[in-house]
Write a protein that binds this ligand. Structure first.
Ligand code: ADP
Length: 469
């Protein structure tokens, strides 16, 4: 601001002030106390003022005030005065010029010139103090001409320093340099502090994240720093926890699946070998064992395939209108026939019909998975199934009176590969995939579902599908 605009601003401001003063003097040149007015105006604004009455052959000083050293109006040569006069006249009365004192100040020359041109001029021309040359400064000169009735011209000449005094400028400049240097170092310091504040926690968290990418899930990201870094730390902690859970679950899954696969395979191999070697063992019962075990194997493989398809989003759903009550009743009948020999009873209480718009195969898979669980976990080999209409939906319950599921485990059982009690004999039967498949299918159909369970009393798994007309 100082270096760019101060000069221009100062120039315009000064010029305006001079114009105002000249206008005022022009209005009052014939006042009795005109000299006082001139003196006052000159003192108030540090102007040098010279007011001349220019006649055809004579020039008379009306008033003069020389308050600042280096003023030029009192030292103009006659030719210069004449130029100013001509210029003002040509410009409609006003003239302004910037001048360097050095260029106009030549007292000896000026004196001679003025005397030659303006014989009656009585201004103080003898000031040839060399000091004037040294403090020379750029000045602004303003001239106003007023023509009187007597064919005279009143020539009002004002001049003042064009820029603030050199010491002021020097002070400002020194200040500016000092402030700039201070600000520069201060900003360096600030930039350093801010970058430390921002980047150090990022560097730290990045180092830990690298550990995470190398498979070390124990890294603790919760750290100090600003809010965003703390949040990032929490997110990464969460991620590490989830990754380690996934890894643990996958490890368990591999051991589970290999165990689950090995049991039926051992049975199949054992029975087949016995039947190959001993003729009396080639009975339909033994063949049935082989068939049952192969079925278990294929169910397990189906489950794994279905989960992996769902995971890749490749699963296809064929939606159709069908009677859920009828499908449920058929399925239960099939289970009755299958499990009669083992002494299971299935009590079905169902609405006569309930049409829904869904993927029939997938919904039957839900029912089978829930029935399989009920069969696996029931204590007295009894499974109750309800199907009834409620509002605009059909509600299906599959109830067993097994050992129940602890409340704390209820939200987890829908997760993939999750088994409540891994040491429990029955939990070995399943793979921990059944309920996760159920959840996937029901969520696809936007059906509501849930479970209520009491330890020692049993569980009620339910789902609800909207009725279709
Ligand atoms: P699984 O094939 O092992 O049964 P699921 O996903 O069907 O896998 O079930 C997950 C876990 O939920 C089971 O391991 C079991 O602990 C629990 N669970 C499921 N159904 C029942 C039930 N009817 N009674 C008690 N526990 C159950």
């Amino acid at each position: 601001m100082q270096t760019l605009f101060l000069d221009g601003f100062y120039y315009r401001n000064t010029l305006k002030g001079m114009e105002r003063t000249a206008k005022r003097l022009a209005e009052e040149y014939d006042a009795i106390d005109f000299s006082d007015i001139v003196q006052e105006s000159a003192l108030a604004r540090q102007y040098c003022i010279l007011v001349l009455r220019v006649g055809e052959k004579s020039v008379e000083t009306l008033a003069s005030a020389e308050v600042s050293i280096g003023g030029i109006v009192h030292k103009l040569s006659s030719s210069q005065l004449e130029t100013v006069y001509e210029q003002s006249k040509a410009g409609g009365g006003d003239f302004c010029a910037k001048a360097f004192l050095q260029t106009v100040l030549n007292p000896i020359y000026m004196k001679r010139e003025l005397v030659a041109y303006l014989p009656s001029y009585e201004g103080d021309l003898g000031n040839d103090n060399p000091l004037l040359l040294e403090i020379a400064d750029e000045r602004i000169l303003f001239c106003k001409l007023v023509f009187t009735k007597e064919n005279n011209a009143i020539m009002i000449l004002l001049d003042t320093a064009l820029s603030p005094s050199a010491p002021v400028m020097d002070t400002l400049r020194t200040q500016l340099i000092a402030i700039s240097v201070a600000i520069f170092f201060f900003s360096l310091l600030l930039a350093f502090l801010i970058s430390e504040l921002i980047s150090r926690p990022i560097v730290k968290i990045n180092r830990k994240a690298r550990l995470l990418s190398e498979g070390n899930y124990n890294a603790d990201f919760s750290g100090d720093g600003y809010r965003e870094i703390c949040e990032l730390g929490e997110t990464l902690n969460d991620t590490a926890e989830k990754l380690s859970a996934v890894e643990r679950v996958q490890r368990e899954l591999i051991s589970n699946i290999s165990h689950d696969l090995r049991t039926p395979l051992t049975m199949i191999k054992g029975y087949a070998e016995v039947m190959r070697d001993i003729e009396s063992e080639r009975t339909p019962e033994n063949v049935q064992v082989i068939i049952d075990e192969s079925e278990r194997l294929s169910e397990l493989v189906d489950d794994i395939l279905s989960i992996s398809k769902a995971q890749q989003g490749k699963e296809k759903y064929d939606l159709e209108r069908f009677d859920l009550a009828a499908a449920l009743s058929e399925t239960v009948d099939r289970y009755r026939r299958l499990k009669r020999a083992e002494g299971f009873t299935f009590n079905l209480s169902s609405a006569p019909s309930a049409t829904v718009y869904a993927d029939k195969g997938k919904i039957l898979q839900v029912i089978c998975n829930l029935l399989n669980n009920a069969i696996n976990y029931t204590k007295d080999k009894e499974v109750n199934i309800n199907c009834f209409i409620r509002g605009n939906s059909v509600h299906v319950d599959i109830i067993d009176n097994g050992e129940g599921i602890p409340d704390s485990e209820l939200p987890n059982i829908w997760q993939r590969y999750y088994k409540v009690d891994k040491n429990h004999e029955r939990s070995r039967i399943g793979s921990g995939l059944g309920l996760s498949i159920v959840r996937g299918i029901l969520e696809y159909h936007k059906a509501s579902y849930g479970v209520e369970s009491k330890i020692g009393e049993g569980s009620r798994f339910w789902f609800e599908l909207p009725l279709s007309k």
